[in-house]
Design a binder for this molecule. Structure first.
Ligand code: SF4
Length: 70
C-alpha cells in the first residue's frame, strides 16, 4: 500500500474514493484522525505519540493530494 503521493500527482481526485482507510486528502485540506474513522479523543499513533483524534491538523501538502500515513 502506498503511503506517499509524489509530485507526479495531477490532482485528478481518483484515489480518494479507493482508499480503504479514508487517509487521502485534497491539497491544502486540514485533516484529523477522526475523519471517517471510529477514532475519537486521545489516541496513540503507530509511532507511539499521544494525539487528540479530533484535532484539526495542518495540510501535509498545499499542492498535491496527500496521504496521512498514520
Ligand atoms: S495520487 Fe490520486 S489525485 Fe493524484 S494523480 Fe493519482 S489518483 Fe489522481
Amino acid at each position: 500500500m502506498a503511503i506517499i503521493i509524489t509530485d507526479e500527482c495531477i490532482n485528478c481526485d481518483a484515489c480518494i474514493s479507493e482508499c480503504p482507510n479514508n487517509a487521502i486528502y485534497e491539497p491544502d485540506q486540514e485533516w484529523s484522525y477522526s475523519d471517517e474513522t471510529a477514532l475519537s479523543g486521545m489516541i496513540k499513533t503507530p509511532g507511539g505519540d499521544e494525539m487528540d483524534a479530533d484535532a484539526e491538523n495542518e495540510p501535509i501538502s498545499d499542492e498535491f493530494y496527500f496521504i496521512v500515513p498514520d
